[in-house]
Unconditional design. Structure first.
Lengths: 164, 125
């Protein structure tokens, strides 16, 4: 086992464990904070897999912005301080779906790659990614701006309600 | 081509993270071991000018916080694309076309900001 293997195993365990806490904790705000740990461990996984820029983007966007958005969203509907056990649904179907999709994906990857070895690519720095985006992926990049614009307009319209 | 030297460049960061976590754990464990505790219901009550609090907490947030957080997400995503762009546009074979591409991207997002401004989402009253 190389250093990369050990790091990936440890970080994967942290990510899976904290993801489990996200769905098992009864404090809804704590679920959001456990999500920070899970997403941070995933960012560290990206870092180990030499996707440098993607890892820091994960920290900036998901840990820094999306989790804040999620916490604001829970604050808007309710701002619970104690545990809220009434939010629990029936666990059996959810566990079945989660295990099914997780196990299915794991099986797909294992049968897809068997025990083959993959060399880690050269570090995915901003320069490498910039050359890729601005030579071959310009159209998706521009479409992304339309998507973000649509989401912003939608958020404003929904948040303003009937007052307009 | 990578491996030891790539991961090695993050050695210091990893060491700092481990040291930070260890410091946090030691500090809080020491506090737990050394401090005396005598919990009572009165100590858990909210202190409000010496008057017993009545009713529950009120911590509902306004929806405009959400819109501000969303605006932040939007421009964080934009700035994420500015990093690869900033190191690329001056290279051979990119040049003006790439500058225009980014200008279109920023302009479309600026439309969103304009919409938010026109709808008076940005004013705090």
């Amino acid at each position: 086992m190389t250093v990369t293997d050990i790091l990936l195993l440890a970080l994967g365990a942290v990510a899976a464990g904290s993801a489990l806490r996200v769905v098992t904790t009864t404090h809804i705000v704590r679920a959001g904070l456990w999500l920070v740990v899970a997403l941070g461990a995933m960012a560290a996984c990206y870092l180990v897999l030499t996707a440098e820029l993607v890892a820091w983007v994960q920290v900036l966007i998901y840990v820094g912005a999306v989790v804040v958005l999620l916490l604001f969203a829970t604050m808007l509907t309710r701002a619970p301080i104690g545990p809220s056990p009434e939010l629990d649904r029936a666990r059996f179907p959810a566990a079945l779906i989660g295990l099914g999709s997780g196990g299915g994906l794991a099986a797909l990857f294992i049968f897809g790659y068997r025990w083959g070895k993959a060399e880690l690519a050269a570090p995915g720095t901003a320069g490498v990614l910039g050359k890729e985006i601005f030579s071959g992926w310009v159209l998706p990049f521009e479409v992304l701006s339309i998507l973000l614009l649509a989401a912003l307009v939608g958020a404003i319209v929904v948040s303003r309600g009937e007052r307009s | 081509m990578c491996g030891v030297d790539y991961l090695g460049s993050y050695r210091l960061l990893g060491l700092l993270l481990i040291l930070g976590a260890a410091f946090f754990t030691v500090a809080f464990t020491a506090n737990r071991l050394l401090s005396r505790r005598a919990p009572s219901a009165g100590k858990n009550a909210t202190y409000e000018c010496g008057i017993d609090p009545v009713g529950g907490d009120w911590a509902q947030a306004q929806v405009r916080y959400y819109v501000y957080a969303y605006l932040y997400v939007l421009f964080a995503v934009e700035s994420v694309f500015l990093f690869p762009w900033a190191v690329t546009y001056a290279l051979d074979g990119f040049g003006m076309v790439t500058v225009v591409e980014m200008a279109i991207f920023v302009a479309v997002l600026a439309l969103g900001l304009l919409y938010a401004w026109r709808k008076r989402v940005l004013s705090w009253t």
